[in-house]
Design a protein around this ligand. Structure first.
Ligand code: SAM
Length: 197
């Protein structure tokens, strides 16, 4: 399971078929940190790719951890972090592997730009949630960005239904903010949630 999914992502990073890889931290994350809403803490970027957000967090004083299933992405992330003098901790893991993920310890902040929405619907997303519940402390912040499913495009990640995140995370996560961002590709949903249960 790990090997097939990691090979898919490794190939994307090796061939440069990575249109999401902007080398810029996410605007909403920058806003929340620069306004002081989220303060330096122990943070995990789930599906960190080549590390734009982890590196940003490290430069802002966070204990910044990036996790990704792709070794190729992580090698690029490590090189970038080193070149910028950012102290980051990288982990080559499948976030669906609850047992291994739980060894990372507890985080105060978890972010996900495009990992959850790329998983197939069903058991993979349930395992993802189990892992998140293992590592995010109660009261911790969770930020997630997902493309809305379909919306005129038949290719790209499976995405999420308009209210899927509320439905799947709802009982244990309180919604602080939801934004719908128009992009030339599909609509992007951004959620800021806090773990309550
Ligand atoms: C669309 S990319 C986004 C990368 C990065 N967050 C960014 O914004 O540049 C999705 C990332 O999730 C990673 N990923 C996909 N499935 C994963 C899984 N099961 N466990 C950990 N990482 C995964 C991929 O390797 C890829 O780097």
């Amino acid at each position: 399971m790990f090997r097939r999914m990691s090979a898919f992502w490794d190939l994307a990073y090796l061939t440069g078929s990575t249109p999401w890889d902007s080398d810029e931290p996410s605007k909403e994350l920058v806003e929340l940190i620069e306004s002081g809403v989220i303060k330096p803490c122990r943070a995990l970027d789930i599906g960190c790719g080549t590390g734009s957000n982890v590196i940003f967090l490290a430069t802002k004083g966070f204990e910044a951890h990036g996790l990704d299933i792709s070794k190729v992405a992580l090698l690029k992330a490590m090189r970038r972090a080193e070149a910028r003098g950012a102290k980051c901790y990288f982990h080559n893991l499948d976030f669906r592997d609850v047992k291994k993920v739980s060894r990372l310890g507890i985080f105060d902040l978890a972010i996900d730009v495009g990992c959850y929405h790329s998983l197939p619907h069903g058991g993979d997303r349930i395992s993802y949630l189990d892992s998140l519940n293992e590592v995010l402390r109660r009261g911790g912040d969770y930020l997630i960005w997902c493309f809305v499913r379909g919306a005129g495009f038949s290719w790209g990640p499976p995405g999420v239904e308009e209210y899927e995140v509320e439905r799947n995370f709802g009982s244990r996560y309180a919604l602080i903010e939801k934004r719908k961002i128009r992009t030339p590709f599909r609509d992007l949903l951004f959620y800021h949630m806090q773990r309550v249960g």
